[in-house]
Design a protein around this ligand. Structure first.
Ligand code: ATR
Length: 283
């Protein structure tokens, strides 16, 4: 591709960015669709976020992704925020149109699309148990509640954070939502009423690949078990779940679909998800 003044720029703002797979994934998609666009990672320290955002909104950028540590702070500099991102309280994708910045959050939708495509099932009417209550959990849990999960359980090592997220979900969506303490008996009880179990904690991520956030004895074959950790592709939790006869959903498709959703926000063109998947698989 020849880069010219007509080339549209899309960025990734975060700090640090060393590990990100987004540039390889988005550039593969732009190239496949013969778009005159490039996706460039821009390391931005927190104290420079406002200056950088004001600057790129005056350049030939028409959008960008936002990652750690800017997903909440960025909201201060936007003209508009869509409903999902507002409920989640964080933005990972921004579209720039006529100098106006609109924020979206595609993390939860990425998970939902991965769940639906991998299981052929819907989340509507399902009882969901989410492990963790950090940023990733907020995006996933709120999105599932907005998409009419029947009931949600939020379980976290630090119980106060689970309580606060559960209250927020109830208030914003009207869905029944309970906080569960990190106690095997409490977890066991809630899992008896669960269809879909999702790990949003970092437990099991490389290099701690033998760790699982949940003891294998708590798993039952009725459960669909999902992990948002994608390195390794099949975590200890997913291996245990498979051995118990559960249906499993890996984390890598969520990464791809959150990127595919962002691509669609910027371009209004259906994202070539299979091309994006291949790009990250080879990475
Ligand atoms: P992210 O944006 O990836 O969600 P985060 O906001 O830092 O990251 O949240 C990390 C989540 O993983 C939290 O729910 C955290 O639990 P605490 O709130 O108790 O810290 C959870 N977590 C991280 N390490 C954990 C561990 N070893 N055991 C259990 N939970 C853990």
């Amino acid at each position: 591709m020849i880069i010219s003044t007509k080339t549209k720029l899309t960025g990734l703002l975060g700090y640090p960015l060393g590990h990100s797979m987004s540039p390889v994934m988005q550039n593969a998609a732009f190239e496949y669709c013969s778009m005159n666009r490039i996706y460039i990672p821009v390391e931005v320290k927190p104290e420079n976020l406002e200056t950088v955002v004001r600057g790129i909104s005056k350049m030939n950028f028409d959008g960008f992704n936002v990652t750690i540590p800017h997903k909440i702070e960025i909201m201060k500099y936007l003209d508009e925020t869509d409903e999902y991102a507002r409920c989640i309280g964080a933005v990972n994708t921004v579209k720039i149109k006529d100098g106006r910045l609109k924020g979206y959050n595609t993390d939860g939708i990425g998970f939902l699309r991965s769940f639906e495509e991998n299981t052929g099932d819907r989340i509507e009417g399902k009882s969901v148990f989410v492990l963790g209550s950090g940023g990733a959990s907020r995006a996933v849990s709120m999105t599932l509640a907005l998409n009419k999960a029947k009931k949600m359980y939020i379980c976290n090592r630090t119980f106060d954070k689970a309580s606060s997220l559960a209250d927020d979900i109830k208030r914003q969506t009207g869905i029944r939502c309970e906080a569960v303490s990190f106690d095997p008996e409490e977890i066991k009880k809630a899992l008896q009423d669960t269809d879909v179990l999702i790990n949003t904690t970092s437990v099991g991520m490389s290099p701690n690949m033998e760790e699982s956030p949940l003891d294998k004895s708590l798993l039952d074959k009725r459960l669909t078990v999902c992990d948002i950790v994608y390195n390794p592709r099949k975590t200890r939790l997913l291996k245990d779940a498979e051995e118990k006869g559960c249906r499993i959903v890996e984390g890598l498709p969520m990464l791809v679909y959150q990127g595919a959703e962002a691509f669609e926000v910027w371009t209004d063109v259906k994202a070539p998800a299979d091309v994006m998947f291949e790009a990250v698989e080879d990475f």
